[in-house]
Design a protein around this ligand. Structure first.
Ligand code: FPP
Length: 249
């Protein structure tokens, strides 16, 4: 069996956790049950990333579009989020995990936003895995909000037009302090990005699996990491440049 090279792990993994509804449907269960089982998969993947020494895990837990789902489903997802944020506090602290959140967080119900802020604050000093939850997140909204902020700062004379580069632009996004994802995983067989981290995934390796999110766990994550390690990341350069045999003219 192939072995994972612990020195060549991605620094930042992002996951589109898809297929909870289909998992439930296949078992003739309610969609809510699929999300509940999905939360178990979240716990297993967070724990595995922590053990492997991954620095950042970004999970697409709730998109801006998800607010349009039936009210009972939205309520259940909010309830699961609240439960996770409260019940997992001890675990996060023990495992040295720092919680972070990205997205239009002010869209969240006030009690949940308060609990979220508390959990973020409680884990602020932790220096292990950063668990980054994308909540009421949409990539296009994030980019537009960044542009608005830049215009404001240019108008106020804080920055000039020439200061705006791809590097400085990144600092106006929710992910400002985080490196871009090295690996993006999407479960359930859909081959789409669905408005997730649009700017940040310019050079990210994409991994798609047919496994439905509730069935995703440690083994599947390791398979994705092995595939990542088989890939050659070139960032627009040639193979010989990447392998160090390149001599510039
Ligand atoms: C997509 O499956 C999944 C979601 C919209 C929500 C993801 C939420 C969880 C895994 C549980 C809560 C997580 C945390 C971190 C508290 P889908 O419902 O779109 O599946 P389908 O496409 O098969 O219908």
């Amino acid at each position: 069996m192939e072995k994972l090279d612990l020195k060549k792990l991605p620094r930042h993994i992002a996951i589109i956790m898809d297929g909870n509804g289909r998992w439930a449907q296949n078992k003739r269960l309610s969609r809510v049950k699929g999300h509940q089982k999905g939360l178990e998969a979240v716990k297993e993947v967070v724990e595995t990333c922590g053990e492997l020494g991954i620095k950042i895990l970004t999970l697409y837990a709730f998109s801006k579009e998800n607010w349009r789902r039936p009210r009972e489903e939205v309520n259940e997802l909010m309830r699961l989020l609240q439960r996770y944020l409260v019940e997992e506090r001890k675990e996060l602290l023990e495992k040295n995990i720092r919680l972070n959140a990205i997205g239009d967080l002010e869209d969240l119900p006030t009690p949940i936003l308060e609990i979220l802020k508390e959990t973020v604050e409680m884990t602020r000093h932790k220096d292990g895995l950063i668990l980054n939850l994308a909540l009421s997140y949409g990539g296009r909204s994030e980019i537009v909000a960044g542009i608005r902020k830049i215009i404001e700062e240019v108008e106020q004379g804080k920055i000039s037009r020439d200061d705006i580069t791809p590097e400085t632009f990144s600092r106006y996004l929710f992910t400002r302090d985080l490196p871009d994802p090295d690996l993006l995983i999407r479960t359930s067989g859909e081959l789409r990005i669905s408005n997730f981290l649009l700017w940040q995934i310019a050079y990210t390796e994409l991994y798609f699996t047919k496994t439905l999110w509730p069935d995703f766990g440690k083994e599947e994550l390791i398979q994705a990491l092995l595939e990542y390690q088989r890939r050659e990341r070139r960032f627009g350069l040639t193979t010989s440049q990447i392998r160090g045999s390149f001599t510039p003219a």
